[in-house]
Design a protein. Structure first.
Length: 405
């Protein structure tokens, strides 16, 4: 009876957990809808691209079926739908790949049907070859359309020269409509993603430094804390990867986007921070990663290096906290707020005083052995590197970075 009761409870807990996840998903969808309605952003871009894809498919169907009267009009809206991509350049590239794949599938399937005279034999002859072609890097992720087109060709209609020509013509029509709609109707230009991701990276860097400072201030340098530091460093790396991806999308979205198109899209001429900012925050991320690694080694009881004494650690924690404040101020600046903590001379003076105190502590530790000295020296070096990249960085970052493409 107890086992039955436990099983019922476990099933009820799983059901409740599933319901909570669904409720969270619905809430996220509602927030995304409200964000798309209120102001420009990723949510509105997603809505625009979705409506453009639907419009391209409807237009392709109208042109192919109602205007041209083609009985095989399915191919045109299908191709148009999938070619409304995140950038105009990717639409053109994938249009070429998909059209080539569709032509290859149609021609190879037709040749196999003519050679064998049997649908099953033609499928067995053509599909394996087309699946091998689908994995070719030249087709990208569009190679699968070669095999699916062969299936349509061999199973839907009598395989004739006219049918193959119609299918390829419809694919070309759909590609032209999909690319044209994507390029001429609110063309996707991803510029706001770079400052958003850069600000998120600066915010995450400040959060990690504050977390480290809190642990060091309370002498929580144990194995569990070390695992948390490693996880925080990994999150920061993922933020950096997201920034690099956003920069790549921004750069690609400006390719083939002419000035008239940008004017229609109302693209600001100084929309993104300079790429040197990416490099600077990449170095900040590297210094924090090295810092967390040093602290994790010092927290390991089985390793020779040992952490510095409590008072020195608390001074170091305060220094990391102030640098974290600078990172948070940088994040707000990147989002448009006029905030720069470095203008506060008292804060910078406090940081210099802490740095001098830590250097004195390094001399004191040197008199008591090399193990603590090595750890404190490494930590101080990483703090100096962070200071150089954040507090002492040049003040030309607010200069506008012109959009090029």
């Amino acid at each position: 009876m107890i086992r039955v009761t436990d099983a019922v409870r476990a099933r009820g807990a799983r059901t409740a957990d599933a319901l909570r996840r669904e409720a969270h998903a619905v809430d996220r969808a509602a927030r995304a809808a409200r964000a798309a309605w209120r102001s420009p952003g990723r949510e509105r871009d997603l809505v625009v691209q979705s409506l453009k894809a639907a419009a391209a498919a409807l237009l392709a169907w109208f042109v192919a079926s109602d205007w041209l009267g083609d009985p095989m009009a399915l191919m045109a809206p299908w191709v148009a739908l999938v070619l409304v991509q995140a950038t105009v350049y990717s639409s053109l590239r994938q249009a070429a790949q998909q059209f080539t794949a569709i032509c290859a599938g149609s021609l190879l399937a037709s040749a196999a049907q003519a050679l064998t005279g049997d649908t099953l034999a033609a499928l067995a002859l053509s599909i394996p070859v087309l699946m091998l072609l689908a994995n070719s890097p030249r087709f990208g992720d569009q190679g699968i359309y070669a095999a699916t087109t062969a299936l349509f060709t061999l199973t839907s209609d009598p395989v004739t020269v006219s049918a193959v020509g119609h299918r390829m013509g419809q694919a070309g029509l759909g590609a032209v409509i999909g690319v044209a709609v994507n390029a001429l109707v609110l063309p996707p230009i991803h510029l706001r993603d770079v400052p958003e991701n850069l600000a998120a990276l600066a915010q995450e860097a400040g959060d990690v430094l504050h977390s480290l400072a809190g642990d060091l201030r309370h002498d929580d340098g144990d194995t569990q804390s070390a695992a948390g530091w490693s996880n925080a460093s990994a999150r920061l790396e993922r933020r950096l990867d997201a920034l690099r991806s956003a920069r790549g999308w921004s750069r690609e979205s400006l390719r083939l986007a002419s000035r008239p198109i940008r004017a229609v899209r109302r693209v600001p001429q100084a929309a993104t921070p300079a790429e040197s900012e990416d490099e600077r925050w990449s170095r900040v991320t590297g210094h924090i990663r090295a810092l967390t690694r040093t602290l994790a080694v010092a927290a390991d009881a089985d390793r020779t290096p040992t952490p510095p004494d409590g008072p020195v650690l608390r001074s170091y924690a305060r220094l990391l906290e102030l640098i974290g404040d600078v990172c948070h101020a940088e994040s707000r600046r990147l989002l448009g707020a006029h905030a720069d903590i470095r203008q506060d001379c008292g804060v910078e003076d406090a940081m210099r005083e802490l740095h001098e105190r830590l250097q004195d502590g390094l001399l004191e530790h040197a008199a008591h052995g090399a193990a603590r000295t090595a750890v404190l020296g490494t930590l101080l070096l990483q703090a100096e590197n962070l200071w150089t990249e954040t507090v002492s960085a040049p003040d030309d970052r607010d200069a506008p970075h012109p959009v090029t493409g």
